[in-house]
Design a protein around this ligand. Structure first.
Ligand code: APR
Length: 308
Protein backbone atom coordinates (compact mmCIF):
# COMPACT_ATOMS: atom_id res chain seq x y z
CA UNK A 1 0.00 0.00 0.00
CA UNK A 2 2.68 2.60 0.98
CA UNK A 3 4.52 1.98 -2.32
CA UNK A 4 1.25 2.46 -4.30
CA UNK A 5 0.58 5.78 -2.48
CA UNK A 6 4.18 6.86 -3.14
CA UNK A 7 3.93 6.25 -6.85
CA UNK A 8 0.57 8.12 -7.02
CA UNK A 9 2.19 11.14 -5.32
CA UNK A 10 5.15 10.98 -7.73
CA UNK A 11 2.72 10.94 -10.68
CA UNK A 12 0.84 13.93 -9.21
CA UNK A 13 4.13 15.82 -8.74
CA UNK A 14 5.11 14.94 -12.32
CA UNK A 15 1.82 16.28 -13.70
CA UNK A 16 2.19 19.43 -11.59
CA UNK A 17 5.76 20.03 -12.81
CA UNK A 18 4.74 19.42 -16.43
CA UNK A 19 1.84 21.89 -15.98
CA UNK A 20 4.19 24.53 -14.54
CA UNK A 21 6.68 23.96 -17.38
CA UNK A 22 3.93 24.36 -20.03
CA UNK A 23 2.68 27.53 -18.32
CA UNK A 24 6.19 29.01 -18.21
CA UNK A 25 6.74 28.13 -21.87
CA UNK A 26 3.44 29.76 -22.82
CA UNK A 27 4.40 32.92 -20.85
CA UNK A 28 7.81 33.11 -22.56
CA UNK A 29 6.20 32.62 -25.98
CA UNK A 30 3.60 35.32 -25.27
CA UNK A 31 6.33 37.75 -24.17
CA UNK A 32 8.41 37.08 -27.31
CA UNK A 33 5.35 37.52 -29.53
CA UNK A 34 4.29 40.75 -27.81
CA UNK A 35 7.75 42.26 -28.09
CA UNK A 36 7.99 41.31 -31.79
CA UNK A 37 4.60 42.92 -32.44
CA UNK A 38 5.35 46.19 -30.61
CA UNK A 39 8.78 46.42 -32.32
CA UNK A 40 7.03 46.05 -35.68
CA UNK A 41 4.60 48.83 -34.79
CA UNK A 42 7.39 51.15 -33.59
CA UNK A 43 9.34 50.57 -36.84
CA UNK A 44 6.19 51.31 -38.81
CA UNK A 45 5.68 54.65 -37.05
CA UNK A 46 9.35 55.60 -37.68
CA UNK A 47 8.77 55.55 -41.44
CA UNK A 48 8.55 59.15 -42.74
CA UNK A 49 5.63 60.13 -44.99
CA UNK A 50 6.33 59.67 -48.69
CA UNK A 51 6.14 62.52 -51.23
CA UNK A 52 7.07 63.07 -54.87
CA UNK A 53 9.59 65.90 -54.42
CA UNK A 54 13.18 65.81 -53.19
CA UNK A 55 13.67 65.57 -49.45
CA UNK A 56 15.18 68.05 -47.01
CA UNK A 57 18.68 69.10 -48.05
CA UNK A 58 21.24 67.25 -45.89
CA UNK A 59 23.16 69.48 -43.47
CA UNK A 60 20.39 72.09 -43.71
CA UNK A 61 21.42 73.77 -40.45
CA UNK A 62 25.05 74.13 -41.50
CA UNK A 63 24.09 75.43 -44.95
CA UNK A 64 21.65 78.03 -43.60
CA UNK A 65 24.08 79.20 -40.91
CA UNK A 66 27.00 79.25 -43.37
CA UNK A 67 25.07 81.30 -45.92
CA UNK A 68 23.78 83.60 -43.18
CA UNK A 69 27.24 84.35 -41.76
CA UNK A 70 28.72 84.55 -45.28
CA UNK A 71 26.19 87.14 -46.48
CA UNK A 72 26.62 89.18 -43.30
CA UNK A 73 30.40 89.11 -43.62
CA UNK A 74 30.07 90.97 -46.92
CA UNK A 75 27.14 93.26 -46.25
CA UNK A 76 26.69 93.74 -42.52
CA UNK A 77 26.99 97.52 -43.02
CA UNK A 78 23.83 97.60 -45.18
CA UNK A 79 21.90 95.08 -43.11
CA UNK A 80 22.64 95.99 -39.52
CA UNK A 81 22.54 93.35 -36.82
CA UNK A 82 21.11 89.98 -37.82
CA UNK A 83 21.14 86.92 -35.58
CA UNK A 84 21.92 83.80 -37.66
CA UNK A 85 21.18 81.38 -34.81
CA UNK A 86 17.77 82.96 -34.26
CA UNK A 87 17.11 82.78 -38.00
CA UNK A 88 17.90 79.05 -38.02
CA UNK A 89 15.72 78.44 -34.94
CA UNK A 90 12.81 80.28 -36.51
CA UNK A 91 13.09 78.24 -39.71
CA UNK A 92 13.20 75.05 -37.64
CA UNK A 93 10.16 76.08 -35.58
CA UNK A 94 8.27 76.81 -38.80
CA UNK A 95 8.39 73.25 -40.13
CA UNK A 96 9.89 70.62 -37.80
CA UNK A 97 7.52 67.80 -36.68
CA UNK A 98 4.71 69.28 -38.85
CA UNK A 99 2.84 67.67 -41.68
CA UNK A 100 4.42 69.32 -44.75
CA UNK A 101 1.08 69.98 -46.43
CA UNK A 102 -0.12 72.14 -43.54
CA UNK A 103 2.41 75.00 -43.70
CA UNK A 104 0.91 78.44 -43.04
CA UNK A 105 2.05 82.03 -43.49
CA UNK A 106 1.95 82.39 -39.69
CA UNK A 107 4.65 79.68 -39.45
CA UNK A 108 7.06 81.76 -41.53
CA UNK A 109 6.18 85.26 -40.29
CA UNK A 110 8.92 85.37 -37.59
CA UNK A 111 11.56 84.25 -40.12
CA UNK A 112 10.49 86.93 -42.64
CA UNK A 113 10.72 89.57 -39.92
CA UNK A 114 14.17 88.48 -38.74
CA UNK A 115 15.63 88.48 -42.27
CA UNK A 116 13.98 91.55 -43.80
CA UNK A 117 16.00 94.58 -44.85
CA UNK A 118 15.39 97.69 -46.98
CA UNK A 119 15.98 97.52 -50.74
CA UNK A 120 17.19 100.69 -52.48
CA UNK A 121 14.87 102.24 -55.09
CA UNK A 122 15.49 101.45 -58.80
CA UNK A 123 17.28 98.19 -57.94
CA UNK A 124 14.57 95.52 -57.89
CA UNK A 125 14.77 92.99 -60.68
CA UNK A 126 11.97 90.42 -61.09
CA UNK A 127 12.13 87.43 -63.42
CA UNK A 128 10.27 84.42 -64.72
CA UNK A 129 11.79 81.40 -66.47
CA UNK A 130 15.16 83.13 -66.65
CA UNK A 131 16.67 81.89 -63.38
CA UNK A 132 20.21 81.17 -64.65
CA UNK A 133 20.51 84.19 -66.93
CA UNK A 134 19.15 86.75 -64.50
CA UNK A 135 21.56 85.63 -61.80
CA UNK A 136 24.49 85.54 -64.18
CA UNK A 137 23.62 89.17 -64.83
CA UNK A 138 23.16 90.31 -61.20
CA UNK A 139 26.39 88.59 -60.21
CA UNK A 140 28.31 90.32 -62.95
CA UNK A 141 26.86 93.82 -62.80
CA UNK A 142 25.53 94.32 -59.25
CA UNK A 143 23.34 97.15 -60.60
CA UNK A 144 20.19 95.22 -59.74
CA UNK A 145 18.99 92.86 -57.05
CA UNK A 146 16.71 89.84 -57.43
CA UNK A 147 14.92 88.21 -54.51
CA UNK A 148 17.62 85.54 -54.52
CA UNK A 149 20.25 88.27 -54.05
CA UNK A 150 18.57 89.60 -50.92
CA UNK A 151 19.53 88.22 -47.51
CA UNK A 152 16.40 86.06 -47.18
CA UNK A 153 16.43 84.72 -50.75
CA UNK A 154 20.17 84.06 -50.67
CA UNK A 155 19.97 81.90 -47.54
CA UNK A 156 17.24 79.63 -48.89
CA UNK A 157 17.86 79.61 -52.65
CA UNK A 158 17.99 76.11 -54.15
CA UNK A 159 17.51 74.20 -50.90
CA UNK A 160 14.57 72.13 -49.78
CA UNK A 161 13.05 71.36 -46.39
CA UNK A 162 9.98 69.78 -44.86
CA UNK A 163 8.83 68.32 -41.59
CA UNK A 164 7.40 64.96 -40.65
CA UNK A 165 5.20 63.88 -37.72
CA UNK A 166 7.59 61.00 -36.85
CA UNK A 167 11.07 61.34 -35.29
CA UNK A 168 13.39 63.20 -35.98
CA UNK A 169 10.69 65.59 -37.26
CA UNK A 170 12.50 66.35 -40.55
CA UNK A 171 11.93 64.33 -43.72
CA UNK A 172 15.24 63.84 -45.54
CA UNK A 173 13.79 61.30 -47.98
CA UNK A 174 11.06 63.28 -49.73
CA UNK A 175 9.00 66.49 -49.54
CA UNK A 176 5.76 67.40 -51.34
CA UNK A 177 6.06 68.85 -54.82
CA UNK A 178 4.35 72.23 -55.28
CA UNK A 179 1.65 70.44 -57.26
CA UNK A 180 1.01 67.87 -54.47
CA UNK A 181 -0.47 70.31 -52.00
CA UNK A 182 -0.76 74.06 -51.74
CA UNK A 183 0.40 74.38 -48.15
CA UNK A 184 3.86 72.91 -48.71
CA UNK A 185 6.80 74.68 -47.03
CA UNK A 186 8.57 75.71 -50.27
CA UNK A 187 5.53 77.24 -51.86
CA UNK A 188 4.36 79.04 -48.69
CA UNK A 189 7.86 80.38 -48.01
CA UNK A 190 8.64 81.58 -51.58
CA UNK A 191 5.23 83.16 -52.08
CA UNK A 192 5.64 85.12 -48.83
CA UNK A 193 9.21 86.12 -49.71
CA UNK A 194 8.10 87.22 -53.20
CA UNK A 195 5.23 89.26 -51.77
CA UNK A 196 7.58 90.99 -49.34
CA UNK A 197 10.12 91.65 -52.12
CA UNK A 198 7.45 93.19 -54.39
CA UNK A 199 5.97 95.32 -51.60
CA UNK A 200 9.43 96.74 -50.88
CA UNK A 201 10.11 97.80 -54.50
CA UNK A 202 10.24 101.49 -55.40
CA UNK A 203 11.16 103.71 -58.36
CA UNK A 204 11.78 101.99 -61.71
CA UNK A 205 11.67 98.19 -61.53
CA UNK A 206 12.77 95.60 -64.10
CA UNK A 207 11.54 92.17 -65.08
CA UNK A 208 13.48 89.70 -67.21
CA UNK A 209 11.23 87.31 -69.15
CA UNK A 210 12.00 84.42 -71.50
CA UNK A 211 10.86 85.00 -75.10
CA UNK A 212 11.92 81.51 -76.15
CA UNK A 213 9.20 79.78 -74.15
CA UNK A 214 6.60 78.32 -76.48
CA UNK A 215 3.68 78.86 -74.14
CA UNK A 216 4.41 82.60 -73.79
CA UNK A 217 6.87 84.72 -71.82
CA UNK A 218 4.31 85.88 -69.27
CA UNK A 219 2.15 83.43 -67.30
CA UNK A 220 -0.38 84.85 -64.90
CA UNK A 221 -0.07 81.67 -62.79
CA UNK A 222 3.68 82.18 -62.18
CA UNK A 223 4.92 83.75 -58.95
CA UNK A 224 5.76 86.90 -60.89
CA UNK A 225 2.27 86.93 -62.42
CA UNK A 226 0.23 85.85 -59.43
CA UNK A 227 2.12 87.35 -56.48
CA UNK A 228 4.67 89.97 -57.46
CA UNK A 229 2.84 92.23 -59.91
CA UNK A 230 -0.18 92.28 -57.62
CA UNK A 231 1.94 93.45 -54.71
CA UNK A 232 3.85 96.25 -56.46
CA UNK A 233 2.73 99.52 -54.92
CA UNK A 234 1.70 102.08 -57.59
CA UNK A 235 2.41 104.87 -55.10
CA UNK A 236 6.04 103.76 -54.85
CA UNK A 237 6.81 102.17 -58.25
CA UNK A 238 6.82 104.61 -61.16
CA UNK A 239 7.69 102.32 -64.06
CA UNK A 240 8.07 98.65 -65.01
CA UNK A 241 10.68 97.86 -67.66
CA UNK A 242 10.38 94.49 -69.36
CA UNK A 243 13.48 92.84 -70.80
CA UNK A 244 12.41 90.05 -73.12
CA UNK A 245 15.36 87.73 -73.69
CA UNK A 246 15.66 85.01 -76.35
CA UNK A 247 18.04 82.08 -76.23
CA UNK A 248 20.91 82.76 -78.65
CA UNK A 249 20.08 80.72 -81.72
CA UNK A 250 16.94 79.49 -79.94
CA UNK A 251 13.31 79.99 -80.93
CA UNK A 252 11.99 83.56 -80.92
CA UNK A 253 8.61 82.47 -79.68
CA UNK A 254 7.53 85.91 -78.58
CA UNK A 255 8.66 89.52 -78.99
CA UNK A 256 7.57 92.67 -77.16
CA UNK A 257 4.49 92.83 -79.40
CA UNK A 258 3.53 89.24 -78.50
CA UNK A 259 0.27 88.04 -76.99
CA UNK A 260 1.38 87.33 -73.41
CA UNK A 261 3.36 90.59 -73.19
CA UNK A 262 0.23 92.50 -74.25
CA UNK A 263 -1.62 90.73 -71.45
CA UNK A 264 1.07 91.74 -68.96
CA UNK A 265 1.01 95.34 -70.21
CA UNK A 266 -2.77 95.48 -69.76
CA UNK A 267 -2.54 94.22 -66.18
CA UNK A 268 0.19 96.75 -65.36
CA UNK A 269 -1.56 99.63 -67.11
CA UNK A 270 -4.73 98.91 -65.20
CA UNK A 271 -2.69 99.28 -62.03
CA UNK A 272 -1.37 102.66 -63.29
CA UNK A 273 2.24 101.69 -63.95
CA UNK A 274 4.23 103.11 -66.86
CA UNK A 275 5.61 100.22 -68.98
CA UNK A 276 8.40 99.76 -71.49
CA UNK A 277 9.56 96.56 -73.19
CA UNK A 278 12.91 95.83 -74.81
CA UNK A 279 13.76 92.73 -76.84
CA UNK A 280 17.16 91.27 -75.94
CA UNK A 281 18.45 93.91 -73.54
CA UNK A 282 22.00 94.20 -74.81
CA UNK A 283 24.04 94.00 -71.54
CA UNK A 284 22.32 90.69 -70.78
CA UNK A 285 22.62 89.45 -74.36
CA UNK A 286 26.36 90.06 -74.17
CA UNK A 287 26.49 87.65 -71.24
CA UNK A 288 24.63 85.03 -73.32
CA UNK A 289 27.26 85.61 -75.98
CA UNK A 290 30.02 84.39 -73.67
CA UNK A 291 28.78 80.90 -74.56
CA UNK A 292 28.00 81.71 -78.24
CA UNK A 293 30.69 84.20 -79.36
CA UNK A 294 30.44 83.29 -83.05
CA UNK A 295 26.69 83.59 -83.41
CA UNK A 296 25.55 86.50 -85.67
CA UNK A 297 23.46 87.95 -82.77
CA UNK A 298 26.74 88.30 -80.88
CA UNK A 299 28.58 90.21 -83.56
CA UNK A 300 29.54 93.66 -82.33
CA UNK A 301 27.95 95.28 -85.41
CA UNK A 302 24.54 93.70 -84.83
CA UNK A 303 21.63 95.83 -83.69
CA UNK A 304 19.02 93.38 -82.52
CA UNK A 305 17.55 95.50 -79.74
CA UNK A 306 14.24 97.08 -80.47
CA UNK A 307 12.85 100.23 -78.94
CA UNK A 308 9.61 99.79 -77.00
N1 APR B 1 7.20 73.95 -58.22
C1 APR B 1 8.46 74.09 -57.75
N2 APR B 1 9.11 75.24 -57.74
C2 APR B 1 8.51 76.32 -58.24
C3 APR B 1 7.21 76.28 -58.77
C4 APR B 1 6.56 75.03 -58.75
N3 APR B 1 5.32 74.87 -59.22
N4 APR B 1 6.88 77.53 -59.20
C5 APR B 1 7.93 78.29 -58.94
N5 APR B 1 8.91 77.57 -58.37
C6 APR B 1 10.19 78.08 -57.91
C7 APR B 1 11.33 77.30 -58.49
O1 APR B 1 12.39 77.37 -57.56
C8 APR B 1 11.69 78.08 -59.71
O2 APR B 1 13.04 78.00 -60.07
O3 APR B 1 10.28 79.37 -58.36
C9 APR B 1 11.34 79.47 -59.30
C10 APR B 1 10.94 80.32 -60.43
O4 APR B 1 9.88 79.79 -61.15
P1 APR B 1 9.54 80.39 -62.60
O5 APR B 1 8.36 79.63 -63.13
O6 APR B 1 10.76 80.44 -63.46
O7 APR B 1 9.16 81.91 -62.33
P2 APR B 1 8.11 82.51 -61.36
O8 APR B 1 7.14 81.48 -60.89
O9 APR B 1 7.55 83.74 -61.99
O10 APR B 1 9.00 82.97 -60.09
C11 APR B 1 10.05 83.90 -60.23
O11 APR B 1 9.59 84.69 -58.04
O12 APR B 1 11.54 83.79 -57.17
C12 APR B 1 10.75 84.94 -57.25
O13 APR B 1 11.36 87.27 -57.30
C13 APR B 1 11.54 86.02 -57.95
O14 APR B 1 10.63 87.35 -59.77
C14 APR B 1 11.00 86.05 -59.38
C15 APR B 1 9.81 85.11 -59.39
Amino acid sequence: MPSQRGSARRRQRGVLLAGIAILLLALVLAAVLASALTRGKKEESLEPLRWQGRGTTRNLREIVLGRCYGYLAERRAELGDKDCLKIWESLKDAFIHKNPCNATTEDYQPLMKLASHPIPCNKSLFWSKTNDLVHLYTKSSRRFLTLEDTFLGYMFDGISWCGDPSAPGINYESCPKWSECEGNPGSVFWKMASKMFAEAACGVVQVMLNGSIETGAFRSSSIFGSVEILNLNPDKVSEVQIWLMHDIGGPQSESCSGYSIKKLKNILEERNFKITCEDNYRPVQLLQCVHNPDHPDCSLCTNSTEAP
